[in-house]
Structures are given as C-alpha cells and as structure tokens.
Design a protein. Structure first.
Length: 318
C-alpha cells in the first residue's frame, strides 16, 4: 500500500483557523511542490465560498473544517500560539508546513534529554515547534523546538537496490536526497523522519550518532502472542515487561545488543506538544486511519475532522 502524506491544520479545542497575516506565510517558505500555508500558512484552508481544491500542494484536496474569523470556535479570542510539527525544508528563518518561523541564539532546541544550540537546526529535520504569533505583524517566533528522531543506533544492513537501511530491526527508507553510499554497516546514525502507515521510517535527514548518545527508538509498544515486546519493529526487553504501556507510543532509550533493546529509560510520547494555550495546530504526517462514518482521519496519532473524504485513495501518493 502506498502512503498518503498530508499536512493538517486545526485549532486546539475546536474549529480550524483560516486566516493569518501574510508574514507567517512568506513566499520564502513556499515548498518545492508549490505548497504555501495560506490559512495560517499551509493549511490549504481558504475563506468561505472558495472551492476545496487541494491540501496545500500535497496533491490531494484540502482538509476543510472552517473556523470563524480569527478566533477559537467563534469566540473571537485572538490566536497567540501555534503548535507545529513537520519537516524543515528551507531556512528563512526555518520553514515548516508552509510557515515561516523565526528563532534566535536563545531559542532552546531539545534532543531527547539534551539541549542543543539553535545552530544545530538543519534541513530535513523533523521538529515540533511552539511559536508565538505577534499580535501586530502576525510573525511567528519559536519559543521552543524539539527534534523528533524515530531511531538512533548502528546500521545492521544496507540494501542499496531498495535504498534502505536496517537499524535495530527497523526499516529506514532513504529519500532521493540522501546518498546511500555515505553509509556502511556498524556506522552509528541518528535518523530524522516519520513513520509511514506501514511502520517504515521515511528518513528526511541522517546525521552521525556519537558514542555517548544512547541507542534510541520511538514507536508503538506492542507484543506478539508468543514473542517479545516490540517498540515499533524493534524487539525490546524490560526488567518488568508487564509494566510496559502496551498500545501506547514511547521514546525508549537503552542498549541494543544485536538482538533486542535493553530498556533503560522510557518516556511516553504524545502527538501533541505540551499545550499551554489554545491555539493553531499544524501537523505533517501519514494517514494512519480513515473513518468514513465519522468523517475523520488520523495523522500521526491526531484525529482530524475532514469535510470530504472522496479525495483520499489508498493507492495514491500525495
């Protein structure tokens, strides 16, 4: 099955925002596929009366659940915070989901338990950003940035024909901009990317993993009937297996012994950032579930209302 990739936008607590001053969706952040968030940026949501003709350059049609003016659920409350999850595809300052987000040297960049300088931000990294919207200019300024890395460990095997790496049992699919000849077996890597609907990690950036960095995997915790526990597709062991939060997504750190991850630390993972205010929420990801009855789709664990499901085809990549 091919995977549909979308950018979804909604207001936390209810309706979808359809307008934001132009400075948040500067032309400098137009994506290579033409996508520019013209709701708050790349929401693809247009004012009342326009036809639904695309979800911001993804190739599919727009997800539309219209909100009211510049407030939340018609209350008129101004939007001051944006919660954004997506891939950095341009600098200026950074562009994510068709949105231009500024940052400075004091902006905290979190990578697991570590805090990095803002200069560590690179193209292709998947990030979770909490940004403040200036009430006068509409510009978005990052208050915090968190790097999202689904797997960090040594490479077990390379399939150059398919363009894939195997890391801790996980399949990592390289995009066309990542040169597979850079890599060799036993090389430690940190992968930035997203899991598609089949659980494969679609890598958008790969950097070297230092020896001091613990092995790490982020995924859904599950257990086969007669087999070991898994985090994503990584077999894992815990001192008390019954304490593992099966059915939940977790960020697991530990030591990979070649057969299983020995869990040292486990943190629950939410698809939402830590929310302190109602605000605008923009998320990039792969469709995991479609509910025609409820007119809902699930993207990276987030349920979103969809006005029209007719444009969603399982065999179409968008």
């Amino acid at each position: 099955m091919k995977n549909n990739k979308f950018i979804c936008a909604l207001l936390l607590g209810g309706a979808l925002l359809w307008s934001l001053p132009a400075s948040a969706n500067s032309e400098i952040c137009r994506a290579p596929n033409g996508f520019l968030d013209e709701g708050i940026g790349g929401t693809g949501v247009k004012p009342q009366g326009d036809d639904d003709k695309g979800i911001g350059g993804t190739g599919g049609k727009r997800i539309v659940h219209r909100g009211e003016e510049d407030g939340i659920g018609g209350t008129g409350a101004p939007i001051t915070t944006a919660y954004i999850t997506g891939t950095i595809y341009a600098h200026g300052s950074i562009c994510v989901n068709g949105l231009r987000i500024t940052y400075d040297d004091k902006t905290p960049v979190r990578d697991g338990q570590a805090t990095l300088p803002a200069t560590s931000l690179q193209l292709g990294q998947v990030v979770q950003v909490v940004a403040h919207k200036d009430s006068k200019t509409g510009a978005l300024a990052a208050q915090s940035v968190t790097l999202l890395k689904p797997v960090e460990c040594e490479i077990e095997a390379i399939n150059r024909q398919k363009g894939t790496l195997r890391v801790m049992g996980e399949t990592v699919q390289l995009n066309g901009r990542i040169d597979i000849d850079r890599f060799h077996e036993d090389q430690g890597i940190s992968v930035s990317g997203m899991r598609n609907a089949d659980g494969v990690i679609e890598a958008s950036a790969i950097t070297e993993k230092t020896e001091e960095t613990p092995d790490r995997v982020v995924g859904l915790i599950r257990k086969d009937a007669q087999g070991p526990a898994f985090v994503g597709d990584t077999p894992s062991k815990a001192q008390d297996e019954h304490s593992l939060p099966f059915g939940k997504t977790a960020d697991v750190q530990g030591h990979w012994d070649g057969r299983a991850m020995k869990i040292i630390r486990l943190d629950h993972v939410s698809p939402y950032p830590t929310v302190t205010n109602s605000g605008y929420f923009s998320i990039e990801g792969y469709i995991e579930k479609i509910s025609e009855k409820d007119k809902m789709i699930r993207i990276n664990g987030v349920d979103a209302a969809v006005k029209n499901l007719n444009f969603i085809n399982e065999n179409e990549t968008v």
